[in-house]
Write a protein of this length. Structure first.
Length: 421
């Protein structure tokens, strides 16, 4: 056994005897059940836009920046560094991406957005890894610094440019989009028939192949790419060992500082790419404050995903879906989600009764009854609830999944070189 493998073996968490990994058939069955439930809710509520091509395409575009920010948090935290500064690094990505993008084209803007976020990551690494400052304090400081720096730079870079101002950039050329000819139109027509389940599947698949930005494709590929690098290479093994037990890793020859630096710089680059996506793909323009807290939501998606790329992508997709609901159909779509949540809580109730967790079962029953009543007595929900729906959904999912979470053991701990000697 090599030193790296020994390190990984010494720091790998032991799986609990009662927890089994879901097999592929079970996962597919769960997905099919979820699709059938959503389709049933759509038919009952009449909210046909819930699984339309436009809804799914919009959800994907809204989910990508959150997912990229979450991937950034994953890289840093798997190496043991908490990155609350994702929001600030996204802000740097939006500004640098727009600044280079309107002058030299969108792909150059993407590159500069990554570099801008990576600079924020480098600063965070210097502060936390080299000087041992509290990770939360450093992240908050970077967020504040990014807001002030971009506001100051905008006065020179954008205010003097045609079509720009001190709070926004000139228009940026769009990145090419792709649509699968023939298949996309056929799926759209099938979705318009509003058949049970079949139309919902057509809407979901159609949304994934219609008017898709090339940068979205790159972002989607980064999810399996991250999994492969961190879980299937010796480099990823060493990096993750730094987040589990840096003392054990260093004792076996791993340069802990180097791997932490690499992880946090990559983390910043991912967040910067998320910011560039917002400025170049989502809006085609930089606007002050356009990140809207997505860095924090990305961090929440990472936690929901249990520090794993697949779970993170699911969390980002969930938030993007609920955010897209309020933009398309608004109150009607969110009203339909009340019924969906009520039914899901009934499922949770049955599961808690099976596990003999009666207190949790009573809470689930009470909330489910409340949601059923709310749905039955109203036709729409207040506009304030529509705006808050993505955040409420995120908090609800995090609370329901909190019991299964396990962060890297050394995540957020201050480590100094030679500490184990």
């Amino acid at each position: 056994m090599s030193a790296t493998q020994a390190s990984a073996a010494s720091v790998a968490p032991k799986k609990s005897a009662g927890r089994r990994k879901l097999s592929l058939p079970v996962v597919l069955l769960i997905i099919a059940g979820a699709l059938a439930l959503v389709s049933l809710v759509r038919l009952i509520s009449g909210a046909n836009d819930v699984t339309s091509v436009g809804q799914v395409a919009g959800a994907l575009e809204l989910a990508v920046p959150i997912g990229l920010a979450g991937l950034g948090g994953l890289w840093a935290e798997r190496a043991g560094v908490v990155n609350i500064g994702l929001e600030g690094m996204m802000i740097l990505g939006t500004w640098f991406g727009a600044w280079a993008g309107f002058q030299w084209g969108p792909w150059v803007g993407v590159l500069f957005g990554i570099l801008g976020g990576a600079l924020g990551g480098l600063l965070h690494a210097i502060i936390t890894v080299t000087f041992g400052v509290n990770h939360i304090v450093s992240g908050v400081a970077i967020n504040i610094l990014a807001v002030g720096l971009t506001r100051y730079l905008s006065n020179f870079a954008f205010a003097q440019a045609e079509g720009g101002s001190s709070k926004q950039s000139p228009r940026i050329d769009a990145i090419d989009r792709i649509t699968v000819p023939g298949l996309s139109d056929w799926l759209f027509d099938l979705q318009q028939k509003h058949w049970f389940l079949l139309s919902d599947i057509a809407g979901i698949v159609g949304g994934l192949i219609t008017n898709l930005s090339w940068l979205t494709v790159v972002a989607l590929l980064l999810v399996p790419g991250t999994w492969w690098v961190l879980w299937r290479t010796s480099f990823g093994l060493r990096l993750r060992s730094c987040g589990e037990s840096p003392v054990a890793a260093e004792s076996l020859g791993v340069n802990v500082y180097k791997y932490k630096y690499i992880a946090v710089i990559v983390s910043g680059g991912m967040a910067g790419l998320a910011g560039a996506f917002l400025a170049i793909v989502s809006t085609g323009i930089y606007q002050e404050g356009q990140t809207g807290g997505r860095g924090y939501i990305g961090l929440a998606a990472m936690i929901f995903g249990n520090w794993m790329p697949g779970g993170l992508a699911l969390g980002a997709g969930l938030f993007g879906f609920t955010d897209s609901l309020k933009l398309r159909g608004g109150a009607e779509n969110v009203h339909a989600m009340l019924l969906l949540l009520a039914i899901l809580l009934v499922v949770v109730l049955l599961w808690q009764l099976y596990r003999k967790k009666y207190v949790a079962a009573v809470v689930s029953a009470a909330v489910s009854a409340l949601l059923f009543t709310w749905y039955a007595l109203t036709d729409q929900v207040p506009s304030q609830f529509v705006d808050a729906a993505p955040y409420v959904t995120t908090l609800l999912v995090l609370s329901l999944s909190a019991q299964r979470l396990r962060m890297p053991k050394a995540d957020g701990l201050i480590y100094q070189k030679g500490q184990g000697k």
